[in-house]
Design a binder for this molecule. Structure first.
Ligand SMILES: Nc1ncnc2c1ncn2[C@@H]1O[C@H](COP(=O)(O)OP(=O)(O)OP(=O)(O)O)[C@@H](O)[C@H]1O
Length: 257
């Protein structure tokens, strides 16, 4: 008998409105265990709202989220021990040092042998020079490295990343991508990556979902999408999808009475 592994993330008919804005509109997708899914889409497409619902921070109006076979947000407390999240747009407490921040988060995640784990991550992410500086005094690149160390503290089985390399210089961004590749290779974690950086998505992701207006416009493996659209890069595919959508919206507007 062929056994089909349960997906690590399963989203069904997910919907969320903020007042009149339908941020996420009937979204359905799965991420297989150990896979990396890229969530693409222009500004306001619904990526951050989707990640918020995967974390149980935003309650959906409709649909379900199942992570590692368990309901989110129903089993949020148990699930969060196996998950983590990183976004440059979410700040850590400014007045705590980097070490104090990592210690607080490590205790929240009940990380065993926490002192050793922080030392390991400080070495991996080269935090030594500012481990005892206040988080509020760090540069954007230093903050990102600390945020990634925080995201990996509990060795998550499911890692959600919202534009992890936004505002980094190309060298630091490349360095971060290599760390993420190492993390995946050594742990087999499942990763969902929202990003506007198409070369990054091509490099890190097995599959992508392209969102627009909270719905899926297209999906597939990066190579398959590039071939299907007759393009050379995922960036060109993304632009084709965005232009097609704009053309359809313009045609709709013309047919309105
Ligand atoms: N708390 C909120 N209150 C009201 N509207 C919201 C809220 N959060 C998101 N929205 C709206 O929902 C839509 C989707 O926003 P979301 O942040 O999920 O998009 P995104 O794809 O992450 O965009 P970006 O690439 O710009 O970060 C947008 O129209 C946004 O203005």
């Amino acid at each position: 008998m062929i056994e089909i592994a349960a997906p690590a993330i399963a989203v069904r008919d997910l919907g969320k409105s903020f007042g009149a804005v339908r941020a996420v509109d009937g979204l359905t997708f799965e991420v297989g265990a150990g896979r990396v899914l890229g969530l693409l889409g222009g500004n306001g497409a619904g990526k951050t709202t989707t990640i918020g619902m995967l974390m149980g921070l935003i309650l959906p109006d409709s649909g379900t989220v199942t992570i590692l076979g368990r309901d989110m947000p129903g089993e949020r407390a148990a699930l969060l021990e196996a998950m983590n999240f990183e976004s440059p747009y979410v700040d850590m407490p400014h007045r705590l040092t980097v070490r104090q921040n990592l210690t607080v988060f490590g205790r929240l995640y009940r990380v065993p042998a926490l002192t050793e784990r922080i030392a390991r991550l400080a070495a991996d992410f080269e935090l030594g020079a500012f481990l005892d500086r206040k988080a509020g005094q760090l540069s954007a690149g230093q903050k990102t490295r600390v945020a990634l160390a925080k995201a990996l503290l509990n060795q998550p089985k499911v890692l959600l990343l919202d534009e992890p390399t936004a505002s980094l210089d190309p060298d630091t961004a490349d360095w971060v991508r290599t760390r993420l590749e190492d993390f995946r290779a050594t742990t087999g974690a499942t990763i969902l990556l929202a990003s506007h950086n198409m070369p990054e998505v091509e490099r890190l992701c097995d599959d992508v979902v392209i969102l627009a207006g909270g719905r899926i416009e297209d999906h597939g493996a990066p190579d398959d999408l590039i071939r299907r659209y007759g393009r050379d890069t995922l960036e060109e595919v993304f632009l084709d999808v965005a232009r097609r959508r704009r053309a359809l919206a313009a045609a709709d507007a013309e047919t309105l009475p």
